[in-house]
Design a protein around this ligand. Structure first.
Ligand code: KG4
Ligand code: ZN
Length: 334
């Protein structure tokens, strides 16, 4: 089955062509980082406008690179939530128009399921059941994937998403946008034990995450010590990253052990972080848990993962009609 994937949920416009749910024939991502960098974060209205400008030529290029014509497509998969409503609407409108004009099957994909399906594009796809830690700019959640398309929410953040915390700390340190990659690079030169930023204790829900405590500690530290010397900036970045990674690793491994799950998937933009990949791999290994992590380019937003999740749903007989709509808070599981 040859499927076109379209992704416009946030600030990346992406199109990809996928064969048999596994073979990436083309995968293009047009980043909007330069558009939003002057504002230190995503400006929703600018994001939608940029998607409108680039989506059609991007889809045309993805098809050309894959040597596939619209008439050859056996399905069109588009992210319809969660995400920024104005951004989602652009992808949905394009996917619906193509599906209608060329009479192709259409399916709506949950962006978070897309992140999980990035793992199915690797040489080491996970078998069900598995636990998935999805860590991105908008979400931080643990899902128990009991069977294909059957997800149970195990834990989630009580406040900020992990990526949001990286982005905010980058802003506090004056490192620029997007925050995750630049905090990681800066942390390389710092001492992760220099400042013991406290991890919030989530009182009742043992499996939930919380990042606002760490972020507030960083903010207070930076204000107290301003202006920070270069070495201090690197130490703050390294110590923050260590605290955030510790929170993610601990909660994930504990949940896997509690649930008796032997396979864990790490995915989403923050899964591109080397310290998180390394520490979770070490901790999972110690407990005999098999860890599946897509390569960084598949962890951050892309359309190949949307086409992969869409292929699974199309193969299961799922179809969307032209009433398919953008749902900003679309849940993956209850
Ligand atoms: O999944 P994604 O590309 O978009 C969303 O669905 O949100 O995730 C973007 C988030 C941003 O917050 C970005 O700062 C973070 O992922 N991120 C990272 C790294 N690369 C991207 N965070 C930590 N370390 C990284 N290397
Ligand atoms: Zn994402």
């Amino acid at each position: 089955m040859v499927v076109l994937g379209i992704e416009t949920s946030c600030d990346e416009t992406a199109a990809a062509v996928l064969a048999d749910g596994r073979r990436v024939l083309s995968s293009l991502v047009a980043s909007q980082d330069a558009v939003h960098a002057p504002y230190g974060g995503v400006v929703p209205e600018l994001a939608s406008r940029r998607h409108v400008e680039v989506i059609v030529p991007l889809v045309q290029r993805a098809l050309a690179e894959a040597s596939v014509r619209l008439a050859d497509l056996e399905g069109i998969a588009v992210t319809h939530g969660p995400g920024l409503v104005g951004s989602l609407l652009v992808g949905c409108a394009v996917a619906k128009s193509l599906a209608w004009a060329h009479r192709r099957p259409l399916v709506g994909v949950n962006h978070l399921e897309g992140h999980i399906y990035a793992t199915f594009l690797t040489d080491d796809p996970p078998e069900h059941p598995f636990l998935a830690l999805v860590v991105s700019g908008g979400h931080t959640a643990l899902y128990h994937a009991r069977a294909p398309r059957d997800y149970h929410l195990v834990g989630q953040t009580r406040d900020d998403a992990a990526g949001e915390a990286f982005d905010k700390v980058a802003k506090l340190l004056g490192l620029g946008y997007p925050g995750g990659p630049v905090v990681e690079r800066t942390a390389c030169d710092g001492d992760p034990r220099a400042i013991p930023f406290p991890m919030a204790r989530v009182s009742d829900g043992g499996r939930d995450f919380s990042f606002s405590g760490i972020k507030t500690s960083v903010s207070l530290y930076v204000k107290r010590r301003a202006p920070l010397a270069r070495q201090e900036v690197t130490d703050v970045a390294a110590s923050f990253q260590a605290a955030a990674v510790k929170m993610l690793v601990r909660k994930t491994v504990r949940a896997a052990l509690d649930l008796g799950v032997k396979r864990v998937v790490l995915t989403g933009g923050v899964a591109a972080n080397g310290a998180l990949r390394r520490d979770l791999a070490a901790e999972a290994g110690e407990h005999g848990i098999h860890l599946h992590i897509p390569p960084p380019r598949l962890c951050t937003d892309n359309a190949a993962m949307i086409a992969a999740a869409g292929t699974a749903r199309l193969a299961a007989g799922e179809r969307a009609d032209l009433t398919l709509n953008a749902i900003p808070y679309l849940p993956l599981a209850s």
